[in-house]
Design a protein around this ligand. Structure first.
Ligand SMILES: *Cc1c(COP(=O)(O)O)cnc(C)c1O
Length: 219
């Protein structure tokens, strides 16, 4: 599929859901993709990208930014506290805030750096043991804690269990966001972004449908 096809499908889904044009931001997930593929998408004018590892992002985006300074880079994968500073300096948004220790580290660094990327709190809607994210039952308290730390919380993010109906997870995420007065919903990937848009996604994270299958398997 091409970038144009995906942006067309997003526009169609926005209209079908009665959402305004441009309500949904497309994060092109470029993790483990060859640089030529990423460059081709940059040359088509797209600027918003997602990476799930700080190390990998640090290896490619400073160079791409020399030619495309207006890149909007989103970290969508788990973040270790010892990589937090690097992530904050490199990224415009972090979608994986998922525990008090990380929130406290981000708050301290935000003071030192004098700024903070937009933050999304990751919710483990499927309550999967191996997956990152705050449990749904702890989400309200954690959102409150992050706000108490003056962190710029823009919304919530989820990654539904592969074998389950994603719509149930998107609806749960939307409900938690709504009762906490949050507008941002980072949900939906290559296989389900239209469903996510119907349920209120503001950010969809689409990788393989734009770039093709990932060269190396990851997670
Ligand atoms: C890889 C990844 C995506 C994109 O997955 P595709 O199925 O290739 O669209 C989205 N979100 C997260 C958190 C990811 O790690």
């Amino acid at each position: 599929m091409s970038l144009q096809e995906i942006t067309d499908r997003i526009a169609t889904a926005e209209t079908a859901a009665g959402r305004s044009k441009g309500a949904v931001k497309l994060i092109a997930v470029s993790k483990v993709q060859p640089n030529e593929r990423v460059k081709a998408v940059l040359e088509q004018g797209h600027r918003c990208f997602g990476e799930n590892r700080v190390q990998e992002a640090a290896g490619k985006w400073p160079t791409f930014r020399e030619d495309f300074p207006d890149v909007d880079l989103h970290l969508i994968g788990p973040l270790q506290t010892n990589k937090a500073r690097q992530a904050m300096e490199l990224c415009d948004a972090i979608h994986s805030v998922d525990r008090p220790k990380l929130a406290k580290t981000l708050a301290r660094l935000a003071q030192e750096i004098g700024g903070c990327p937009d933050l999304f709190i990751q919710v483990n809607t499927g309550e999967e043991q191996q997956k990152a994210g705050i449990l749904p039952s702890d989400a309200d308290a954690f959102i409150k804690e992050c706000r108490g730390l003056d962190l710029p919380v823009r919304g919530l993010m989820c990654l539904p269990p592969v074998e389950e109906e994603p719509a149930l997870h998107f609806a749960l995420l939307a409900k938690i966001a709504e009762r906490n007065g949050l507008d941002g919903l980072s949900m939906g990937m290559s296989g389900d972004f239209e469903t996510a848009i119907a349920l209120g996604a503001t950010h969809v994270r689409v990788g393989s449908a734009i770039f093709g299958e990932r060269v190396k398997p990851q997670e």
